[in-house]
Write a new protein. Structure first.
Length: 381
């Protein structure tokens, strides 16, 4: 009996040793490519083949939407072209000659995945489809989407060289979610587009089932499907201050996979306030009581990682002319660097607080103040 118990004990120990030891290992997805990223820090919590270039279908429209929003033309009326109406695939059933606000087109683009809306937006914002594609490529480069190439505004399989990666699409979504208008549109469950002349009245319900009922913490996202790309999905979710971005490419079980990724991460991770905005303490006599940071730094960590967080201050060497004249000290004099287990994960600028110099009033200024006081201006305003 003792021998049997010993064997069982050994088996139990071996099983414990082989169990996953972090959140990433507990996540399984059906997708060919997937990623889970935290919004504020950009930390990648989970990834699977996230840098492989693949077709992305209608999640392309995230780029189309943010370019439309940033154009500053959302209140403009757009006249729908015959070319837009003839666009294949999913549609919001625009008619040639219709005049519709650009804002409504973006809602139709994001909620119903209207390819006709995508073409209409591209023609208006970019001047032409080619002009808009140029803007898409420029923005992708600006964001750092190094493995992406856009060739159309909707994601249809009409170009061989239209592709991205799960990682790049997470970068794009992170960028877009910093825009309040985009965030509002992506998180809208239902939208009514009304014709001021009363010819039509459209009501669009969001195709993102995570948002409309499947997962209570969903804040937005975009669905996609083509015969070549298969199912693609970008979604965002927030719980207890942790904001996450999930991307899956070619995934037959995307709704469940996104929920699985979110639930695993929400259980394991919390946002730790690593550095508070305000004064930075230092023993350096020159910098003492003069340094500050402009923003809080929070970082997503597991309970096991808390002890591995460390903040290091890297300050510029004080120059001789700084001591002679404070105006020579630059505004930024260093960086606060955040380390997790000795790996640099984030940083923010350290600013120097210059002494405010009071300007001596000229004789004219004194005379002007006295004159206004006598006239009662300063008293009565």
């Amino acid at each position: 009996m003792k021998s049997k118990n010993l064997i069982l004990s050994c088996i139990a120990v071996l099983l414990l040793l082989t169990l996953p030891q972090n959140a990433s290992a507990k996540i399984y997805v059906s997708a060919n490519s997937a990623i889970l990223m935290e919004q504020e820090s950009g930390r990648v919590i989970y990834e699977k083949d996230a840098h492989t270039q693949r077709r992305i279908a209608s999640i392309t429209k995230i780029m189309t939407a943010i370019l439309a929003i940033e154009s500053g033309k959302m209140n403009d009326m757009v006249t729908i072209s015959e070319n837009a109406v003839r666009t294949e695939g999913s549609s919001i059933y625009l008619k040639a000659g219709d005049k519709i606000p650009l804002e409504d087109l973006v809602y139709g683009l994001m909620l119903r995945s209207g390819n006709d809306a995508a073409t209409a937006i591209a023609e208006y914002v970019g001047g032409s489809l080619d002009g808009f594609v140029y803007l898409m490529k420029q923005k992708a480069e600006e964001i750092g989407m190094k493995d992406t190439n856009f060739e159309n505004p909707h994601g249809l399989d009409d170009h061989e060289n239209h592709y991205s990666t799960a990682y790049d699409m997470a970068l794009l979504t992170r960028y877009a979610m910093e825009n309040d208008m985009y965030k509002k549109i992506a998180g809208t469950e239902k939208y009514r587009s009304e014709d001021p002349d009363g010819d039509w009245d459209r009501v669009w319900k969001n195709k993102n089932k995570l948002l409309t009922g499947l997962y209570e913490y969903t804040t937005g996202g975009k669905t996609g499907f083509t015969k070549l790309a298969k199912r693609t999905l970008v979604s965002t979710a927030e719980k207890d201050g942790v904001e996450l971005i999930a991307v899956t490419l070619n995934d037959p079980d995307d709704w469940d996979d996104h929920i699985n990724m979110y639930e695993s991460a929400f259980k394991e991770y919390k946002m730790a306030l690593v550095l508070e905005k305000g004064k930075v303490k230092t023993k350096d006599s020159f910098y003492k009581n003069k340094l500050y940071v402009k923003e809080d730094i929070a970082y997503p960590i597991t309970a096991k990682e808390e002890e591995g967080l460390e903040v290091k201050y890297k300050l510029s060497k004080v120059k001789g002319d700084w001591k002679k004249q404070e105006q020579n000290v630059p505004d930024i004099v260093g960086n606060a660097e955040i380390y997790l287990d000795d790996k640099l994960v984030d940083s923010t600028a350290i600013y120097y607080e210059h002494t405010k110099v009071k300007k001596n009033k000229s004789f004219f200024d004194h005379f002007k103040s006295m004159f206004l006081a006598v006239m009662g201006v300063e008293k009565d305003g």
